[in-house]
Design a protein around this ligand. Structure first.
Ligand code: ZN
Length: 159
């Protein structure tokens, strides 16, 4: 077995930028989206880096550099699906546990939809993917509403 850790942070765009907020592949109704070259799906990126870390591979920026126009506004669930393919069939995803840190929006209302999207990309049953939200008690950049952070662990089991 091998475990990997993924950490990601994206800043909120200004409301007038009109960016969508996408978390775990779910379009969330909110007044601001996150800044990023891709769709800035901070949760999908943390899960992707956890998977890559568990497999002993390079980080997400190595495979999908933000200097490459191909990945502009990319669907990060699609990138996760591609990374699952790169990791290969000799490794099975035992489970993923992810935490999204923000004051708003409330993650609870959307977490099952996020789990479904992430599990689909990872080709595992929904029950193997956990997503939780937490606030940081109004402390730090997430507490001030400047951005969203996500952390994930991924356990791989050799088939
Ligand atoms: Zn990211």
């Amino acid at each position: 077995m091998r475990v990997g850790l993924g950490v990601d942070v994206h800043a909120f765009a200004a409301a007038e930028d009109g960016r969508k907020l996408v978390l775990g592949g779910v379009d969330i109704p909110f007044d601001r989206g996150l800044l990023g070259h891709s769709d800035a799906d901070v949760l999908a990126h943390a899960v992707t880096d956890a998977l890559l870390g568990a497999a002993g591979l390079e980080d997400i920026g190595h495979y999908f550099p933000d200097t490459d126009a191909r990945w502009r506004d990319a669907d990060s669930i699609g990138l996760l699906r591609e990374v699952r393919r790169i990791v290969g069939g000799s490794w099975e995803v035992a489970n993923v546990d992810a935490v999204v840190m923000c004051e708003r929006p409330k993650i609870r209302d959307h977490r099952d939809a996020m789990r479904k999207n992430l599990a689909g990309a990872l080709e595992v049953d929904f029950s193997r993917v956990s997503v939780r939200g937490t606030t940081t008690e109004r402390l730090g950049f997430t507490g001030r509403g400047e951005g969203i952070a996500a952390q994930a662990v991924c356990l791989l089991q050799e088939r």
